[in-house]
Design a protein around this ligand. Structure first.
Ligand code: G6P
Ligand code: MG
Length: 218
């Protein structure tokens, strides 16, 4: 049997931090004098902090000096971290822990592949850090999803061939990154939005141990 590895995105797959990102970006938008809607926040999924701010300023037609840009990046993150500080294990999305436990029981190596630079503290807050053999996050990559870099580094860290990795993702760019890495892509969320994924589930409660087992045996 070939050695397989599993790679999890963080925001929107393990925890619903999109709501905290939204609140922090909305506060900044309001301070700058414009509205930022939940629909617009969809554009931010899987997108780096820097790129999010560029999009936000475009939405508000705000011109920024480099100094202002850097200040707002910091300000948004300080506000976001205040929400993260209050997180605990109750915020883990349904059945994520069951899936992690199932994979661990089969000795499957597990990595995190996230664009977030806050991945490690979030995993610590929700007590999931011990499940991960490797954490690849926004601090380790030079190219953002849909570039496959984050997942290829994760596969390499796990010592597993890219084509033998399975990726769980909630962002279109993340599914594209997994596909570009020749990995099995599994969309978590709206199947219409994540139509490029190899498999789709609304959430982990829909994913049986039998299905996970079938991915391991490939
Ligand atoms: C994830 C989220 C994005 C977020 C990015 C960077 O990909 O889906 O919405 O912008 O991480 O997060 P950070 O915690 O570094 O600001
Ligand atoms: Mg995500």
């Amino acid at each position: 049997m070939k050695k397989v590895g599993f790679i999890f995105d963080l925001d929107g797959v393990i925890v619903d931090t999109a709501k905290y990102h939204y609140l922090a970006w909305r506060k900044l938008a309001n301070e700058l004098g414009f509205e930022f809607t939940k629909e617009q926040n969809e554009l931010f999924k899987g997108v780096s902090r820097k790129r999010c701010l560029e999009i936000l300023l475009d939405i508000g037609s705000v011109e920024a000096t480099q100094e202002q840009f850097d200040t707002w990046m910091v300000e948004k993150n300080v506000d976001y971290l205040a929400y993260i500080e209050k997180m605990d294990a109750s915020e883990i999305l349904p059945d994520v822990t069951r899936v992690l436990k199932f994979l661990k029981s089969k000795n499957i190596p597990i990595a995190l592949g996230s664009a977030s630079k806050n991945a490690r503290p979030i995993l610590e807050k929700v007590d999931l850090l011990p499940y991960f053999d490797s954490i690849v996050d926004g601090n380790n990559v030079t190219k953002a999803k849909p570039d496959p870099e984050v997942f290829l580094i994760a596969a390499n860290n796990l010592g597993v061939e890219a084509s033998s990795c399975v990726v769980f993702e909630d962002a279109v760019a993340g599914i594209q990154a997994a596909n570009a890495a020749s990995m099995v892509s599994i969309g978590i969320g709206d199947a219409h939005i994540l139509s490029e994924a190899n498999h789709n589930f609304n959430d982990f409660t829909e994913m049986s141990d039998d299905f996970l087992g079938s991915l391991i045996k490939k």
